[in-house]
Design a protein around this ligand. Structure first.
Ligand code: NI
Ligand code: MN
Length: 228
């Protein structure tokens, strides 16, 4: 089977397979690189890495409209339930099934807070998504960490990695991450949305392909990649 990976800008993605759509970190409203409107998404599940506004984004509105469950760490999911979403709380190491697939929450080194009071709904996570016969790792916002080697043991068809630096890994550490994760394909994200995270994704792609056996695919917002 194949999965179509659609880049919606920043760290927002849609995975599509078998007529079903899964949405990850749907920050669209207010995202200068947004490649979709929230009301055109119709997911079977919404997966969130953490509570920062550039990841939660439009999740609540999409969840309320579509009744799709939001899967996230315990505090964030519980907070979204209080706001009226159907949400499924989980935590690191746990796997949650959804219509057509599953997601395992894995560690990420970052922070997680929401709103001007910096409320802190839980901890950040990475996502190991099994969908359409493929295994896709969304690192979320994170630095490089050695236990990515354990995540690599999940057998990754694709790793989606931040390369923006400042708030996450930069390109150099992301290349090291690829060496630990050993995915077949790498897609960079979380860069060039704002001036503070400007990077050259083609330079990153060259470094990945020179130093590892992974293929690196640079997507413009709105572009799709078919993972076969
Ligand atoms: Ni963040
Ligand atoms: Mn972020």
């Amino acid at each position: 089977m194949a999965v179509t990976v659609r880049y919606l800008g920043h760290a927002a993605f849609a995975l599509e397979a078998d007529g079903k759509q899964v949405v990850v970190d749907p920050f669209l409203t207010g995202n200068p690189k947004a490649a979709a409107r929230p009301d055109e998404l119709d997911p079977v599940a919404i997966l969130l890495t953490h509570a920062h506004a550039d990841h939660v984004g439009d999740a609540l509105a999409i969840a309320k409209r579509t009744k799709a469950p939001v899967i996230a760490t315990f505090e964030l999911a519980s907070w979204l339930q209080q706001q009226g979403a159907e949400a499924i709380p989980a935590n690191h190491g746990g796997t949650v099934k959804f219509d057509g697939g599953s997601v395992k929450l894995v560690p990420a080194w970052h922070t997680s807070s929401y709103g001007e009071q910096f409320l802190a709904p839980g901890v950040p996570a990475g996502l190991v998504v099994r969908f359409g016969g493929k295994t896709v790792y969304f690192a979320g916002d994170t630095c490089l960490f050695g236990d990515m080697a354990l995540i690599g043991e999940e057998g990754l068809d694709l790793a989606v990695l931040p390369i923006g630096d400042r708030f996450t890994m930069g390109p150099g550490d992301a290349v090291k991450a690829v060496k630990l994760l050993k995915p077949h394909v790498v897609i960079p994200c979380h860069y060039n949305t704002f001036p503070i995270i400007e990077q050259d994704p083609q330079a990153f792609a060259r470094a990945v392909e020179e130093q590892t056996s992974a293929r690196c695919v640079v997507l413009q917002p709105g572009e799709r990649f078919v993972l076969e």
